[in-house]
Write a protein that binds this ligand. Structure first.
Ligand code: ADE
Ligand code: ZN
Length: 321
């Protein structure tokens, strides 16, 4: 198996690591009848046409997550696989609203995930940080309530993110949420420019003051924006296999990653929702390496970008770089 330089994974939805076998295991444990014959039948449905077609299945499938132990088992499975992929640091997003709206208490998902993250460095050699992501296709007032609850319970989060259906839900809707988070000392990231236009990337930077842009691939449509992103070294957490599976690009050879790298953008490679998109971080690196003819030099650049763009403390960062 090919080995890669030490990497940070900066764009990963923990609910997107729920593998079909684990879906069935958790369904059995929680006495839930799934509308699929078996794990292979579920996996066969992972043929998406766009972001929304994926989100519909992603939100439906996470219904098997009911208890702290369920969230913990999902998180442990990801960390074990990420360690094998060469991930040495992971900044993990979770979607609290997706659980709250189906009646799962905030403490259940936060404690379930964070209990495993707490021992991840010792157990798997993967340091971790947790990011609470808000669903942009739900009201900003709801996001604000959840943020306040997270702050009240002193949830062990390093920052906030913004995800779910992008088009029609511009970042500026969430200005107040980001202001409150920043005042509380939280770091700020946001999905932008996955399906949405370059103006959403500008809004994420100017209005939300996002420090990292998740995806950002559509920046190439706006030359002045590219120049700004290069000048400011803004990290773009690119997810190649995700973009192919969701139809954001036609196929991997057509992916803009090599152009982004050549333009001097601060790009890293990430897996997004690996259980759904055909691969973990090593699968993504292997695919782009083969498709674009990348050697050690290019892989070292994206790995270095990932570590320098992480919200890591300096001691751990210099150990990994
Ligand atoms: N939630 C999980 N994966 C996502 C993605 N790729 N884009 C937006 N929201 C998401
Ligand atoms: Zn994402």
């Amino acid at each position: 198996m090919q080995s890669f330089p030490p990497c940070a994974e900066l764009h990963l939805h923990i609910e997107g690591t729920l593998e079909p076998d684990l879906v069935f295991e958790l369904a059995a444990r929680n006495r839930i009848t799934l509308p699929y014959a078996d794990a292979a039948d579920l996996a066969a449905r992972y043929a998406f046409t766009d972001l929304q077609s994926f989100l519909d299945l992603y939100y439906a499938t996470m219904d098997v997550l009911r208890t702290e132990a369920d969230f913990a088992d999902m998180t442990r499975a990801y960390l074990r696989r990420a360690a094998a992929a060469g991930v040495r640091h992971a900044e993990i997003m979770m979607d609290p609203q997706a659980h709250l709206i189906r009646g799962i208490p905030l403490a259940t998902c936060v404690n379930g995930v964070s209990s495993v993250l707490a021992t991840s460095e010792a157990e798997f050699g993967v340091s971790t940080l947790l990011i609470a992501a808000f669903l942009r296709d739900r009201p900003a007032a709801e996001a604000l309530d959840v943020l306040r609850d997270l702050l009240d319970m002193k949830a062990p989060i390093v920052g906030i993110g913004l995800d779910s259906a992008e088009v029609g839900y511009p970042p500026s809707l969430f200005a107040e949420v980001y202001d409150v988070a920043r005042s509380a000392g939280l770091r700020c990231v946001a999905h932008a420019g996955e399906e949405g236009p370059p103006s959403y990337i500008r809004e994420a930077l100017d209005v939300l003051r996002a420090e990292r842009i998740d995806h950002g691939i559509r920046c190439l449509e706006d030359e002045a924006l590219v120049e700004r992103l290069v000048a400011d070294r803004v990290p773009l957490t690119v997810c190649p296999l995700s973009n192919v599976r969701l139809g954001a690009v036609d196929d991997l050879p057509a992916h803009p990653l090599p152009v982004m790298l050549a333009r001097g953008l601060n790009v890293s490679v990430n897996s997004d929702d690996p259980a759904y998109f055909g691969g973990y971080l090593d699968d993504n690196l292997m695919a782009v390496g083969e498709t674009f003819g990348w050697g050690a030099a290019e892989l070292a650049i994206v790995a270095g970008n990932s570590l320098r763009s992480a919200f890591l403390d300096d001691a751990r960062r210099s150990l990994l770089l």
